[in-house]
Each structure stands twice: as C-alpha cells, then as structure tokens.
Design a protein around this ligand. Structure first.
Ligand SMILES: NC(=O)c1ccc[n+]([C@@H]2O[C@H](COP(=O)([O-])OP(=O)(O)OC[C@H]3O[C@@H](n4cnc5c(N)ncnc54)[C@H](O)[C@@H]3O)[C@@H](O)[C@H]2O)c1
Length: 410
C-alpha cells in the first residue's frame, strides 16, 4: 500500500498522537505539514518533526500543498472554521470529536462535506479498539443471536471529572458543550455501531448533583493551595502530583513535570480551584435510554463517581449475553444453557497513542481506507453525525425532564 501524506492541524495532545504515529510509521504516513500557532508547540513541531510548519492555516492553504488527509485537532469551538476551510480547499479530513460543540455547527460541517464532496472521518477511537472490534465481530458472527439490548457505562473517574469537567475546558456548557456530547458522543457512536440500526428516540435524565457549593466542606477555601482540608480527595495538589493525575498538569504548565514545577504553576490557577466552588455546570451523572428502528433498546450511564476511568458493556442477544470491561480487555460470552467462553483481547501491538489501542488501530484503519482497502470501523460523517444527533437529543430530553426526543437526520 502507498504512503499517505498527512497534515496535522493543532499539535496539542491529540495532534501529537497523529504526528508521532507518522514519525513511528513513515511507510504509512508522511507528515508533510504541521499548522500550530502556540509558540512553544511551534518550537516542538520544528524540533521534533521533519515537516513544514505553518503558524497560520491561511498560509498553508495559500501554498496548495497536496495531501491525502488533514487531521483537524484544534479545540471544539474552532472545528467549524477549520474543518470547512480545509474541505473548501479540497482536503479530506480526520476530524476530532466532537464534530462541533453545537448542533448548528455540526450540521454546517456535514453540509459542507456534501457540498465540497469531501471524506470526513470522525475520530471515534473506540470503534478501533481491539475490545470493541472484537465485540463487533462476535455480534456479526451471530454467536449472541439477535442483539436485543445493550447496556453500557462510562465511568469517568473522580479525578478525571475534577480535571476536565469541573476545572478544565469542558466544565461549562456555554463555553464548551454538554457532557453527553463532550464525553459520551463516543459511546453514542459505539452503541449505534454495535446495534447496527439507527436510533430513533432518546430519553435522558441527569444532573450536577455533587460538585456545587451545597457540598463544599465547611471552611473550604476557593483555592486548594490555601485550603485547610488536607484530606480532600479532590485537592488539586493531591490530584496533579498523583500518578494518575500528573499527565493532566500539561493543561497548565509546559515545564518539565517535576513536583516543584507542577505546584508552582498550579497555585492560583483555574486548576487550583475548589471542585465545590467553581463555575462548572455540566452534569456529574446522566442516564440515557435509546430506542432503535426495530424496537431494540439500549441504556447508557455516565458517572463521575468511580475510582478509575473505565467503560463496561453488556450486550444481550437471543442466544447469549456478552459482558466486558474495556480497560481490562475482559470479554466473556455467557451462552444460555451452555458454557461461558472467555475471549482474549490483545492490545500489545499498540505502541502509539492511548484509548486502549484505539488511536493506534484507528491510524492503521485510516491508512487502509485511504488506500482503498476495506478498513473495519471506518465510517464517514453521514454515519458519525448520528451519534451527535443522539447526544444533542439526549441533552434536550434531559432538560425537559426526560421527555423523549425523536432523532431525525434530515
Ligand atoms: N478522540 C478523542 O478521544 C479525544 C480525546 C481528547 C480530546 N479530543 C478532542 O480533540 C481536540 C483537541 O484536543 P486537545 O486536548 O489535543 O487540545 P489542545 O488544546 O491540547 O490542542 C489544540 C491545539 O491546537 C492549536 N491551535 C488552536 N487554534 C489554532 C489555530 N488557529 N492555528 C493553529 N493551531 C491552533 C493549539 O495551540 C493547540 O496546540 C478537541 O476537539 C478535543 O475535544 C478528542
């Protein structure tokens, strides 16, 4: 297969994964350009990658450089402008999820993809994980019989909720998007993918129950660095110095992540704020119930209240049920009146990116797709948009106390 020319637009956390994939597998992708406007990241782009670097995407467009795919990995609110400008110039896209943070912009991008006849692959990484690919293969094999119900949970992790959805960029609906979109559009996509049918209606309930002033411990101060509540598990200093939380400190410091640097840069920042006294308004728990075209059903629970970050899944068919936990690579099939089959899921090959192997296998699938080969998991915007319609529909339902919202693509 031929090497494909890749452009990375936004060399942040996500863009780096694509750039590093190309660096690791130069036979698959040639990283020809990076578009990045943050001076430190521009320096990183120049030091670490052998690609032409642009600080303004309009300069990149002016050069009309031929490329097979542009990975748009800027922030959600910029996707509309960046994605449409690239498509208008004739580039196909790997577009980070969410497509955009409101329905109007999602539809504008979708309509532009039709108008300019561009291929847009949404970065729904879960589809490509060995875990979900295996589940999909099992469903397609008929081992479970006909799938009737799916139950999935997304356990966000208390420290991840604190970082991303209370202190960080996705804490406030008006500034970013509802939790069900920002965090769970992956899950809506995977449920729809596994069910193999269009979702026709959603109902949803949820709330910001815990992370508000009502639950602030007595005497808690606005910034954790001044707070006398030393044993609070949400204390910013505890989270950002812990093994699990330290990688998140990249959101407030570009310095080496030593204890001294992390503590100094954290003090007085947005990320030092008390989780009970912030301007967050996204939910900390939400349940979404879905009905599919032929009357099948699914249920998804998002909760902040878990020790670790993990997703679990149950697929109930007419012959067997499948039970699994993504991060444990655990899958078993429980046959009715029969044995329990344990399935081995191997992610040892995935040496670039994260998401339980999803980033690595997604890049491999895109490489195949761009070469005209059948690539499991790859779908385009016409299908990916459904997960976003489900998410916006769920939010609308939640705000109306669970009233069902019909999902219509047209
Ligand atoms: N697929 C997933 O599972 C997943 C996971 C996390 C984040 N995301 C999404 O990926 C996207 C990027 O997230 P991130 O965490 O990498 O963000 P980030 O802020 O780390 O990276 C964005 C980068 O874009 C650059 N940028 C912004 N505007 C620019 C412009 N006009 N010109 C050039 N460069 C510009 C920024 O300087 C930054 O380096 C977001 O949409 C986010 O929601 C997806």
């Amino acid at each position: 297969m031929a090497t494909k020319k890749l452009v990375v637009f936004g060399l942040g956390a996500r863009g780096l994964i694509y750039a590093n994939f190309a660096k690791t597998y130069p036979d698959k992708f040639e990283l020809i350009a990076i578009i990045e406007n943050n001076p430190e990241r521009v320096a990183k782009a120049k030091n670490e990658f052998n690609a032409k670097v642009f600080t303004d995407y309009k300069d990149f467009l002016a050069e009309k450089i031929p490329a097979d795919i542009v990975a748009v990995a800027t922030q959600d609110e910029d996707h509309k402008e960046h994605a449409i400008s690239m498509m208008k110039a004739g580039y196909d896209l790997l577009l980070e999820k969410p497509i955009a943070n409101n329905l109007e912009d999602c539809l504008a991008i979708y309509n532009a993809s039709i108008e300019y006849n561009r291929k847009v692959i949404i970065c729904h990484v879960l589809r490509y994980t060995p875990f979900y690919s295996t589940v999909k293969r099992i469903i397609d094999s008929g081992k479970l019989g006909e799938v009737i119900t799916i139950h999935a949970s997304e356990n966000v992790g208390y420290y991840h909720q604190a970082h991303s959805f209370i202190r960080g960029p996705w804490r406030n609906k008006a500034q970013s998007s509802p939790m069900i979109l920002a965090k769970c559009c992956h899950d809506m996509d995977i449920i729809r993918y596994l069910m193999g049918e269009e979702c026709v209606s959603v109902s949803s309930y949820g709330d910001l129950f815990y992370f508000n002033k009502e639950h602030a411990p007595e005497g808690a101060t606005q910034y954790c660095s001044d707070c006398p509540k030393k044993d609070c598990v949400f204390k910013a200093q505890t989270i950002y110095l812990s093994e699990l939380g330290r990688p998140f400190s990249a959101y407030f410091t570009t310095k080496e992540q030593t204890d001294e640097n992390v503590l100094a840069e954290l003090k007085g920042s947005q990320y030092d704020k008390c989780v009970f006294q912030n301007d967050n308004d996204v939910v900390d728990h939400q349940v979404t119930i879905m009905q599919f075209a032929k009357g099948k059903t699914a249920c998804h629970t998002m909760t902040a209240f878990s020790k670790l970050i993990y997703r679990d899944l149950k697929v109930h068919g007419t012959k067997a049920e499948l039970v699994g936990v993504v991060e444990d690579n655990f899958i078993e099939i429980r046959y009715f009146g029969g044995e329990v089959e344990k399935i081995n899921v191997d992610i040892s090959m995935a040496n670039v990116g994260g998401h339980a192997g999803g980033d690595f296998f997604m890049m491999n699938a895109i490489y195949k797709d761009l070469n005209g080969e059948k690539a499991d998991g790859v779908t385009y915007l016409d299908v990916s948009i459904e997960s976003h319609l489900m998410s916006f529909g769920a939010e609308e339902s939640r705000l109306k106390g669970g009233k069902p919202t019909l999902i219509k693509k047209g």
